[in-house]
Ligand binder design. Sequence first.
Ligand code: 13P
Length: 140
Amino acid sequence: MNIALVAHDKKKQDIINFSIAYKHVLQNHNLFATGTTGTRITEETGLDIHRFQSGPIGGDQQIGAKIANNEMDVVIFFRDPLTAQPHEPDVSALMRLCDVHLIPLATNLAAAEIVIRALGRGDFEWREIVKQNRSEDIDK
Ligand SMILES: O=C(CO)COP(=O)(O)O
């Protein structure tokens, strides 16, 4: 599965702690992140993560593009609901695309715990079927 990990600045430590706790699950998947989030998680966990640009300069949109292309299976995005973000439109667009394409999206630690446990159990294997069907549609 392709998993995106994103956190706003005040949630960076939370996503690092989460990544340490669930490294045994995350290491079995292809990991993607916005720039600073990816750097911090890799520093603290050693996980191999493909890093996009930092969120405010386009990283959220790059993840959105992967969703639009059906190339992202799960998004874990620890949002800071108490701090205004200069790139709020990008944040909203990313979440909207998750809804458009039925991509599981966890926006806080409590939801991420549920998602990651489901991932560990293989509950998202249906994504492989969706991806296969969609690529067959494109081939037609
Ligand atoms: O701003 C972000 C998500 O909207 C996160 O970006 P960084 O991981 O580069 O801090």
